[in-house]
Design a binder for this molecule. Structure first.
Ligand code: OFO
Length: 175
């Protein structure tokens, strides 16, 4: 079963995943009101994914005889300078979460909590995939630049990437 320290650490991660979900939801909203429907669909999908991650942690804590706590989370930003800063911030956020998962892996290993170590492997792979994906989008956004019509091309390219990812074929309506 889980140590008190591990329960606390896993509950902190519940909060982080919840915040990530709200951050991407806010980014989706900003994209949508700025006419970037492809980018909005991408962010809506990721908001849902982060919520699923939160629930995975939540249910694992209770399954292992801990007590999952519904956290209070800070309000995410609602305004961005441009679409470039949205994706730059999202990529930085993914890197931060990867680091948090690594800290959890370290703790479970130190405590010889092999069940949690095993549980976390899914998140290790997921974070690697997400970092690659967000970096790809950011690279594309940088490549297109901010000349005339760049917003149209960025939105089209992000929509294409979104359609390609398994389980993310649908737009914001389904999210
Ligand atoms: Fe929770 O997957 Fe990225 O952040």
């Amino acid at each position: 079963m889980l140590s008190a320290k591990m329960i606390e650490a896993l509950n902190r991660q519940v909060k982080e995943e919840y915040y990530a979900s709200n951050l991407y939801l806010s980014m989706a909203s900003w994209c949508e009101v700025n006419g970037l429907s492809g980018c909005a669909a991408f962010m809506y999908e990721h908001a849902v994914e982060e919520r699923i991650h939160m629930m995975k942690f939540f249910k694992y804590i209770n399954m292992m005889d801990g007590h999952a706590i519904v956290p209070e989370v800070p309000m995410p930003p609602s305004e961005w300078l441009n679409i470039q800063t949205v994706f730059a911030e999202a990529y930085q956020h993914e890197k931060k979460v990867t680091n948090l998962i690594s800290i959890l892996v370290e703790l479970s290993s130190k405590e010889q909590d092999f069940a949690t170590l095993n549980f976390l492997q899914w998140f290790v792979s997921e974070q690697a995939e997400e970092e690659v994906l967000f970096k790809e989008v950011l690279d594309k956004v940088k490549l297109i630049g901010d000349g005339p019509q760049s917003l149209y091309f960025i939105d089209t390219e992000v929509q294409k990437i979104n359609n390609r990812v398994p389980g993310q074929e649908n737009g914001a309506e389904e999210a």
